[in-house]
Design a binder for this molecule. Structure first.
Ligand SMILES: *Cc1c(COP(=O)(O)O)cnc(C)c1O
Length: 382
């Protein structure tokens, strides 16, 4: 048996009968950029997340950048970003000339740490970008008061959390504005690059639509020098079909996560992920922690299990951000986690037999005892 890290072929097969006729019609009528299909998806996705507006853009990185611009982040402004995220979150700030200010994550969920955020605020801080990592929702109930106290814009990076909910509501509807990515591997993925910005604020939505269309709302009337970042109709067709299945697919991920937790309960040395109280996670990734992670990862690969690391290098230690002057040791939680995190195969069509194979393979790597299950941690804490 082989278990891939992600199986997109099964997803595509489920939607083919619905999408291919739409694509055929689009090809025939040459309606490729914007148009009715894009408008329909934007309406449906806004309704799903619970925001008044959704603006489709070309990819998730653009979505974060346009969201930051829309709330008034300017060159030289500081933007607080967790150090354990995909680099795109920080690139979006860098690309508009803002300065990413990195903060550590919490030990249990590896989400942005509110205490670290509060400590990082300066007079130049303009925005906080909580990342709803791995399909969780960041601790917004603690972050929102910090943003309000200092007059900062809350810009959610919801690329990994499509459908996730917290006690406050759905991820992507909890800030001034949210950005998401429909990269094929996300919970809601296109057949190529795509993204969106979500907001209740009509001015923010209008800015993003205008800036992403060459600073233009009326053809050849350019209010500002913008960029080209629009959603293609062919992608909207795929996204509409997948959105209709998203709740079912997320439920399948949750069931798979519950099965992993059960199967891994007997495997010592593997620390399994937990959900924050009140959160309903959508398990974009299933991230365990083990000692000797690199050996375990290599042996899983040899056994036919596609595992991965999200992310191997905290952003402050990447070559890309060496120039910001951070030091090794500055973000001890993220740095320690980066040595231990291991993402196991996770997707809606993952079967129990595949999971059994993953867990058996993991057991055969002789995971050292040092990785602890949360239940053990709780017992030690008591
Ligand atoms: C995927 C991702 C992005 C960027 O999305 P792209 O569509 O690849 O540009 C941004 N932030 C996070 C957390 C992501 O996982």
């Amino acid at each position: 048996m082989r278990v891939p890290f992600l199986d997109l072929v099964a997803q595509q097969a489920e939607i083919a009968d619905e999408v291919l006729p739409v694509w055929q019609a689009q090809f025939t009528s040459a309606a490729f950029v914007g148009g009715a299909e894009v408008a329909a998806f934007e309406r449906e996705y806004a309704a799903y997340i619970g925001t008044k507006h959704c603006v489709g853009v070309a990819n998730g990185t653009d979505a974060v950048e346009l969201a930051l611009r829309a709330v008034g982040v300017r060159p030289g402004d500081e933007v607080i970003i967790p150090v354990n995220t995909f680099i795109a979150t920080a690139e979006a700030a860098t690309r508009l000339g803002a300065i990413p200010v990195f903060v550590d994550v919490d030990e249990q969920y590896l989400l942005i740490d509110p205490a670290a955020v509060a400590a990082a605020v300066t007079t130049r801080t303009r925005a906080i970008v909580p990342v709803h990592l791995y399909g969780q929702t960041a601790p917004m109930e603690e972050l929102i008061p910090i943003a309000n106290r200092h007059g900062l814009a809350m810009v959610e990076d919801a690329a990994q959390s499509q459908g996730a909910t917290s006690t406050l509501g759905r991820a992507g509807s909890l800030g001034r504005v949210a950005a998401t990515s429909f990269y094929p591997g996300k919970n809601l993925g296109a057949a190529g690059d795509a993204g969106a910005v979500l907001t209740d604020d009509p001015a923010v939505a209008e800015f993003v639509r205008n800036f992403g269309a060459h600073g233009s709302s009326v053809k050849y009337v350019h209010d500002r020098a913008g960029v080209n970042s629009r959603l293609d109709a062919v992608q909207a067709a795929v996204l509409r079909a997948k959105l209709r299945r998203l709740d079912r697919w997320n439920a399948a991920r949750r069931a798979a996560a519950a099965r992993y937790a059960q199967m891994l309960a007997d495997v010592s040395g593997v620390r399994v992920p937990a959900s924050r109280p009140g959160n309903e996670d959508v398990w974009h990734l299933y991230v365990v922690q083990v000692a000797e992670r690199d050996r375990v990862l290599a042996e899983l690969g040899d056994a036919g299990v596609g595992a991965a690391i999200h992310y191997p290098t905290p952003l402050h230690l990447t070559a890309a951000y060496a120039g910001l002057g951070y030091q090794e040791g500055q973000f001890p939680v993220a740095e320690a986690a980066a040595q231990r995190i291991l993402s196991l195969p996770m997707y809606p069509h993952l079967t129990m037999e595949q999971q059994r194979f993953v867990v058996d393979s993991l057991e055969r790597t002789n995971v050292p005892e040092r990785g602890m299950a949360p239940s053990q941690l709780v017992r030690e804490a008591l």
